[in-house]
Ligand binder design. Structure first.
Ligand SMILES: C[S@@+](CC[C@H](N)C(=O)[O-])C[C@H]1O[C@@H](n2cnc3c(N)ncnc32)[C@H](O)[C@@H]1O
Length: 212
């Protein structure tokens, strides 16, 4: 299937885990995002824009060996890094699909994935995916009724953290993220039993809810 690959996440894949500020800043958001999925052993989770697989350890801890993680990303280079992570850890229940998230239906059909998932996660990806509203709608449609969806993404910091705004703008520009989108609001608008968490001085928002 032909689609536009995100250029920044082709050349930059090799350095992503090192330069992405994971430990000091971004891990906090993914931890809350995964908690909000309320996963149970055996659950099947879709990780959209999964990148190098930084969410996988948290997801797999929650779903256990009987569960499964399907990671979708448009960058073959990011998925190559994810593949190395999966092989090193010996995870047999992670599947990787190279696809544009805005054309998820076609990609999942071609990869004989389950028709519906127990949960879906976007971590720092909806602010980058070009047709992000389509990607969100197609992902929500793939979550079973009663299943959970979480969106973790970025905004400019507030209060005393505002001093870091220039740094955040630079990081978002470098990563190709649109800091004005507030994509977690989609989860708050389209699901029930919602929650909204804000961490790291307002820089990271987590919106989550249950598919009606
Ligand atoms: C900032 S990275 C986040 C990766 C990972 N979720 C994480 O938390 O580390 C954004 C990811 O979105 C992917 N991406 C960008 N456009 C996409 C699209 N149209 N469909 C699927 N993935 C896309 C990029 O290749 C990249 O891996």
């Amino acid at each position: 299937m032909k689609f536009q690959r995100p250029a920044r996440y082709t050349g930059g894949a090799r350095l992503y885990d090192v330069v992405s500020g994971e430990r000091p800043v971004y891990r906090a958001g993914r931890v809350v995002g995964v908690e909000e999925l309320q996963l149970r052993p055996g659950d099947r989770v879709l990780d959209v824009g999964c990148g190098t697989g930084l969410n996988f350890p948290l997801l797999l801890d929650a779903v256990g060996p009987a569960g499964a993680v399907i990671g979708v990303d448009a960058s073959g280079s990011m998925l190559s890094r994810a593949r190395v992570r999966v092989a090193k850890r010996g995870w047999g229940n992670v599947r990787l699909v190279e696809a544009d998230a805005a054309r998820l239906d076609a990609a999942l059909a071609a990869s004989s994935s389950p028709p519906l998932f127990d949960a879906a996660l976007f971590a720092y990806s909806l602010s980058i995916i070009e047709n992000w509203r389509d990607a969100y709608a197609q992902t929500l449609a793939r979550v079973r009724p009663g299943g959970r969806l979480a969106v973790v993404d970025m905004a400019l910091p507030v209060g005393r953290w505002q001093a870091l705004s220039p740094l955040v703008r630079l990081a978002c520009f470098t990563g190709g993220a649109d800091i004005t989108r507030a994509p977690w609001t989609l989860a708050l608008q389209t699901t029930t039993a919602t929650s909204h968490h804000v961490v790291r001085g307002g820089h990271i928002h987590i919106g989550a809810g249950t598919r009606p």
